[in-house]
Design a protein around this ligand. Structure first.
Ligand SMILES: Cc1ncc(COP(=O)(O)O)c(C=O)c1O
Length: 399
């Protein structure tokens, strides 16, 4: 079965698993700051930890935090946990990011921060946010899905954002099987968050460390084509892997139970290795996307309006396609029948956290009509051909 994603893991990583030196986290932070061009970088247990430590570090409570209506629901957990109020904004009709034109109507005296996500790695309109700078509202760049976008197109983002964060979870374009990082040019933000992180985080207990190693082996084996069907069943037909999909554990549990554990030493080792491969990841993704878009161009005239995808060159992260909501299940089923795993991500944020009277038609449209095509480091043209041919057959079948 063709997986929808595949973390880059090799047999050369095995020796790292026995690595026990905690000092590598600080080395990672130095290198990550260099790579991103930031003054400061901090390793975090999750990408969303940046939000938690920021809100806590500045003692913010009962304040309004603006977030995209279409985003990963895990972002809302830290806002709720610190007793702040998420205020949702609908998505843009042109891409998957939040619609900047709606921001002015949502800002109130209690707005303390705006979280702007590079959804599926779609670049953020930095020029717009430049105009919001220094107005007493903190601007936070969520690049959980956009590390490669940041590195290739938005290295000046910290001119605009007070801080930006990244996620290295299992499904991310560069993964250390967990963890996150924040960057900032603001010394005060750095110091406050670092202090709080150092006070709050501790090494994982032994059972958690064993679980971490099992996760490495599980990912190493289960993403292989011969075993992938099992992983597909676990991830789509059971709730076992929901946490890996960025889902929190219910409104009563805003933060996952391992939220305050430091990274495993082997993760830092893996991370340092991956930082040296960033150019390789970018080149490879670009080649795969060039090929995908060449093939997608052949579909463009087949049934105009039936299906669409992001502009070429926008994102290195995912390749989402948008179909009429009533046909999406049929598309996903068709893919599965042909041995391809395509799936839906980010469908539940609003259902779970929003019960107000506003509606978010664009976010709803994306949540109901989006499916992601397989994309990962090393995906071959042959696999891409199979995905596109299957998509083409589905489009011509009239479902
Ligand atoms: C857009 C977006 N923001 C934030 C996050 C949170 O990242 P993490 O799970 O590392 O906290 C995710 C995770 O998938 C995400 O997709």
């Amino acid at each position: 079965m063709i997986p929808r994603l595949k973390p880059y893991l090799t047999a050369r990583d095995w020796p790292s698993l026995f690595f026990q030196d905690d000092g590598l986290t600080a080395v990672f932070e130095d290198r990550f700051a260099q790579l991103t061009g930031a003054r400061y970088a901090l390793w975090l247990p999750y990408g969303r930890s940046a939000l938690y430590f920021f809100l806590k570090g500045y003692g913010l409570a009962q304040q309004e935090i603006i977030v995209p209506a279409y985003t990963c629901q895990s972002v809302i957990g830290p806002i709720k946990e610190t007793n702040n109020i998420p205020v949702f904004i609908d998505s843009s009709p042109d891409d998957f990011n939040l619609d900047e034109h709606l921001l002015s109507g949502a800002v109130t005296d209690r707005t303390k921060a705006v979280i702007v996500a590079a959804m599926y790695g779609t670049p953020i309109d930095l020029d717009f946010y430049r105009t919001m700078k220094n107005r007493g509202i903190r601007l936070i760049g969520d690049y959980a899905l956009g590390l490669l976008t940041f590195l290739t197109k938005q290295k000046d983002a910290l001119d605009v954002f007070d801080l930006a964060f990244f996620s290295f979870g299992l499904g991310k374009e560069v993964s250390f099987l967990g963890g996150g990082a924040l960057i900032t040019n603001n010394e005060e933000i750095y110091r406050r968050i670092k202090e709080l992180r150092d006070q709050s985080c501790r090494p994982a207990p032994i059972n958690r460390q064993v679980k971490g190693l099992l996760k490495f082996w599980g990912a190493y084996l289960l993403f292989r084509p011969e075993f992938y069907h099992l992983l597909y069943l676990l991830s789509e037909k059971s709730t076992w892997l929901d946490r890996e999909k960025g889902l929190t554990m219910g409104v009563a549990h805003n933060l996952p139970e391992d939220f305050f554990y430091s990274p495993h030493p082997w993760q830092a080792k893996l991370a340092l290795d991956r930082l040296t491969r960033m150019d390789q990841f970018i080149t490879d993704k670009k080649e795969s996307l060039d090929y995908y878009y060449r093939r997608l161009a052949e579909l463009a005239d087949l049934k105009p309006g039936l299906i669409s995808w992001p502009k070429y060159g926008d994102s290195y992260s995912h390749l989402p396609v948008l179909v009429p909501p009533s046909t999406r299940d049929s598309l996903l089923r068709f893919f599965i029948q042909h041995g391809i795993h395509s799936t839906v991500i980010f469908k539940k944020t609003l259902d779970k956290y929003y019960t107000g009277h506003l509606t978010f038609p664009q976010a709803q449209r994306y949540a109901d009509g989006m499916a992601v095509l397989p994309l990962y480091y090393g995906i071959s043209p042959k696999v891409i051909d199979k995905v596109i041919n299957t998509l083409q057959n589905w489009m011509s079948s009239g479902h």
